[in-house]
Design a protein around this ligand. Structure first.
Ligand code: PMP
Length: 381
């Protein structure tokens, strides 16, 4: 009121900056969505200025980190829940809520926890007991039941993914309750790549108006690369699709040579690739259904070293104000390598999967020592 009047007058000497008439000429009116689930997808795409300028290429990134749960996994969690509802395995808002089970210490757990609450379910997330306290607290704050299990190999029935599957079956077969459960199963559930085929791929194609040469991204479950590559190729078989892979992951060899050389040795070991790399969320040493379904649509693979990703992350925050997570940094390094291989003038699209916030204690702690990254360093990657 009255006390603000001089202040307002000082700032709006010539009247308000935007007249009510001007607001009606907005080019883009953000829609009103129904519930948190309505905010998923339709993410913007950014042209990364510094990398485009350095390489003479056009380097674009789909901003999956802007989904409400902070990553592309929101799309996957939503697709899995919607599919289970359509098939009658989940019913929302029951007096005793149905439960979504998953074994993950990553972004999928966060997306499931958030969507469970938004859509009338409980979430039950199984984790290895050496998962960082930060992640456990976050899941619990989102209302999920968190079950910590002793780290074990994936052939062990008490391994956290197997434990989630077992818990879902046990609840569903329990006659003493009306509660039912599903095992989300992001690695094997094909609702995952389908979500990217139906949404992420078409959005990328529409945003670039189909005018793009290369799509490059990493694979964790393989859902993103399978779904997006398959869609892009269905529209234009000349779009080149490339997998970006961190150290220790077998996907690179699978794409390059048709085999995962040391898959037998590594099959039984838990998160083997994480021993070799600080990158989280991508890289694996077994073939998932989600990877397999799109494998034929992946043309090439690029290996990315940890120090290259660390330099890239520092560069992007300093030069573009983009604070990204470790898998996004891998993607951007791969984009630069492709730009150099192919020469100026081409259009490359990648994905910024999640923000740096979830990677503060590991990746960004390491990145602190890369504080003077030059344009030359980036071009020498
Ligand atoms: N980045 C992050 C941070 C992830 O958590 C994941 C999935 N685990 C990926 C990238 C890879 O996506 P996808 O599972 O679709 O291969």
């Amino acid at each position: 009121g009255a006390t603000l009047a001089p202040y307002v007058a000082k700032f709006f000497k010539s009247g308000p900056h935007v007249s009510s008439k001007e607001t009606t000429t907005l080019e883009f009116v953000p829609p009103i969505t129904v519930g948190a689930e309505g905010l998923i997808g339709h993410t913007p795409m950014i042209k990364i200025k510094s990398l485009s300028k350095l390489t003479g290429c056009e380097i674009y990134a789909k901003m999956e980190m802007l989904n409400p749960g902070g990553s592309a996994k929101d799309r996957v969690a939503l697709a899995i829940i919607q599919q289970a509802e359509a098939e009658g395995f989940l019913t929302p808002h029951k007096p005793e809520k149905d439960v979504i089970f998953e074994g993950t210490s990553g972004s999928t757990g966060i997306s499931i926890a958030m969507l469970a609450r938004a859509m009338g379910y409980d979430a039950h997330i199984c984790l290895p007991d050496d998962t960082s306290l930060e992640k456990i607290t976050m899941l619990e704050s989102l209302g999920a039941i968190v079950e910590k299990v002793r780290p074990a190999s994936i052939v062990d029935k008490n391994q956290y993914v197997n434990r989630a599957r077992y818990q879902a079956e046990r609840l569903t077969n329990d006659e003493s309750t009306t509660r039912r459960g599903i095992f989300a199963d992001q690695f094997e559930n094909e609702a995952n790549w389908n979500a990217h085929f139906k949404h992420t791929g078409p959005e990328i194609y529409a945003q670039t108006k189909g005018d793009m040469d290369i799509f490059v991204t990493g694979a964790g479950t393989g859902g993103t690369i399978s779904g997006v590559s398959q869609y892009l190729k269905s529209q234009n078989p000349h779009i080149h699709t490339v997998l970006a892979d961190p150290p220790g992951s077998g996907f690179y060899n699978k794409v390059k040579h048709g085999v995962m050389f040391d898959s037998v040795e590594r099959e039984g070991t838990r998160r083997r690739h994480q021993v070799d790399t600080i990158i989280e969320g991508i890289g694996l040493n077994r073939i998932t259904k989600n990877f397999k379904s799109g494998e034929l649509y992946i043309d090439d693979a690029i290996r990315v070293e940890d120090n290259e990703s660390l330099k890239m992350a520092r560069w992007l925050v300093e030069n573009d104000g983009l604070f990204i997570g470790s898998s996004s940094a891998v993607n951007c390094v791969a984009a630069i390598k492709l730009a150099k291989q192919n020469g100026p003038g081409i259009k490359i699209v990648t994905i910024l999967c999640d923000s740096g916030v979830r990677h503060l204690s590991k990746f960004w702690k390491e990145a602190e020592s890369f504080n003077q990254v030059t344009a030359e360093d980036i071009m020498n990657i």
